[in-house]
Write a protein that binds this ligand. Structure first.
Ligand code: TNX
Length: 532
């Protein structure tokens, strides 16, 4: 009964849509024919692809998007997919929460997939009749739609209609990530980046199955998140004249932050806020004199030196401040993690560092969050659920290996491989070079599970590509440093070691260029990549 009703409605929709859509396609014959896509032309490389050349699917004006009945999450992903596909196809692509349709369909279904896909994977089947993406979770379903997007010709990213028929290569993909955590980090402290810039970056990250965005919210040069109990942190610490060279002012209000969290969540990306401490705190200490042991506020700093600031370790006020900040931030952070920095505390003695961290780590737990921090936090007494983020350039780190042996999970961000703010070559206008020059092959050419002695596959939660913004001002700058290295790190985090292959990767990377041009992504045209 329900089925027939739905069918009737569908046919009515199709009948309505046909006269509107069909006559209006004069550009079809002249449309450029992009090279046929293959099931494995995807970044990150899928785990298993079984092409079936006899079974291609064509998206046409009749195609509908069908989602699991009763699943609001699946329907939302259906609408997101429709929004992505409508401009270039010009098709209506109605989203219908029904059991099946007589029309050619892209079905987005929760459940019924191959056992191996787990909580983040998906199964994608392409036959003549339709595309079916199945997953156990909305996150997996969303990942599958990102694969489908890449399986379509590049001009699917065009802002207006290119042609009427869109071919998806036939066969089956079974795909799931190697690591649960695939992150990117953006530094809002050295130069503030607006909500629009952050959300634009989120859009790009989500295409490569990145599922965490770590926001570096505070540093010596600026404080970028509203804290009601210490209001001058933002108005002064994030105010005019702050940031590297004094030209990166601004901050996220709590409403802004919540908007970023919600926008990212809709793209299955979890925000991780970082408050860096006990060093990297000059913006707070120059704003509030009482946060200094001598009660005297140091001048604001706009240079990019590191390692000179420290909170006052033996003053109770310090812990009231830290607890206020953690409490307020935890309250607006739905994700599990709160990052407490902990790097380069060169102005804090080792003993004071341990004292500080051993008091602060329990505060994170008190407000219901799991602590993460840069690898230096392994010098404190870490709870086993704390996560340490490796940013060194070497291949040994005894304290990190000991934490891994005790059961702490590690995120790999080796600065000489994963840092998106390092220059590509000596001529790169933006970026720094303290960890070396990082060409695309360097960013791709390492294995997270063999990088640091004693930190193997099982100890690793995942990978993260940090982007520090000492030299970056605009979204164009962000894109130039992230593309094409971010997709390299995304592939290291998602794809199997068996599929790791530079020749394959650089070919697939080259095929992304037409998409980036249409999306107006300002990427670095590395000479290592055969761009098309
Ligand atoms: C080191 S990496 C830092 C940051 C700088 C970055 C620049 C780390 C945990 N700390 O303070 O911005 O180098 O590449």
């Amino acid at each position: 009964m329900r089925r027939r009703n739905t069918t009737t409605r569908l046919l009515a929709i199709a009948a309505l849509a046909l006269p509107i859509i069909l006559p209006a396609t004069p550009a079809t014959a002249a449309a450029p024919t992009a090279p046929a896509r293959h099931l494995s032309d995807v970044i990150p490389a899928p785990v298993e692809t079984r092409p079936d050349a006899h079974n291609t699917f064509r998206i046409t004006p009749l195609t509908v998007i069908r989602t699991t009945p009763g699943s609001a999450a699946a329907r939302r992903i259906g609408h997101q997919l429709a929004t992505t596909l409508r401009p270039a196809t010009g098709h209506a692509l109605p989203v219908l929460p029904v059991r099946s349709t007589p029309l050619p369909e892209i079905a987005l279904l929760i459940g019924g997939a191959d056992d191996r896909i787990g909580q983040q994977g998906y199964q994608l089947d392409v036959t003549r009749r339709g595309v079916t993406i199945r997953a156990n979770t909305p996150a997996g379903l969303f990942a599958g739609t990102q694969t489908l997007r890449q399986l379509l010709p590049a001009d699917i990213e065009a802002p207006d209609r290119q042609r009427t028929t869109w071919t998806v290569p036939g066969g089956r993909i079974i795909d799931y990530p190697r690591f649960a955590y695939r992150g990117a980090m953006l530094d809002l402290a050295r130069h503030f980046h607006t909500v629009d810039d952050i959300t634009a970056y989120v859009d790009l990250l989500s295409q490569y199955k990145i599922n965490y965005l770590h926001l570096h919210l505070t540093d010596d040069q600026g404080w970028r998140i509203q804290i009601d109990s210490w209001p001058r942190l933002t108005t002064v610490g994030g105010g005019p004249g702050t940031g590297a060279d004094g030209v990166g002012p601004g901050y996220l209000t709590k409403a802004d932050y919540k908007a970023v969290v919600a926008y990212a969540a809709a793209r299955h990306i979890t925000i991780i806020p970082e408050i860096d401490m006990p060093g990297h705190t000059n913006a707070a200490q120059s704003t509030y004199p009482e946060l200094n042991c001598d009660g005297v506020a140091p001048p604001p700093r706009t240079d990019i030196a590191v390692g000179y600031s420290s909170l006052c370790i033996n003053d109770e006020l310090t812990y009231r401040f830290v607890e206020d900040v953690i409490r307020e931030l935890a309250a607006i952070t739905p994700g599990p993690f709160l990052h407490i920095g902990g790097d380069e505390a060169h102005a804090t003695t080792d003993e004071d560092y341990r004292t500080f961290m051993n008091r602060v780590l329990p505060l994170v737990a008190k407000y219901g969050k799991r602590a993460s921090g840069w690898n230096e936090i392994t010098q404190a007494d870490l709870p086993t659920d704390a996560v340490a983020q490796f940013w060194g350039t070497g291949t040994t780190n005894a304290s990190l290996a000991a934490a891994a042996a005790r059961g702490n999970k590690i995120i790999m961000s080796p600065a000489n491989k994963a840092y998106l703010d390092m220059k590509y070559d000596a001529n790169t206008r933006l970026g720094l070079r303290w960890a070396g020059l990082i060409e695309v092959s360097d960013a791709y050419g390492w294995d997270p599970a063999t990088r640091v002695t004693g930190v193997g596959e099982n100890a690793i939660l995942g990978v993260e590509a940090p982007l520090w913004s000492e030299t970056l001002r605009t979204l164009d700058d962000i894109e130039y440093m992230a593309f094409p290295r971010l997709p390299a790190i995304a592939e290291l985090g998602w794809s199997t070691t068996a599929s790791h292959d530079w020749e394959s990767f650089r070919t697939r990377l080259g095929e992304q260029a037409p998409r980036w041009r249409l999306q107006q992504v300002n990427f670095y045209p590395s000479p290592q990549v055969p761009w098309i």
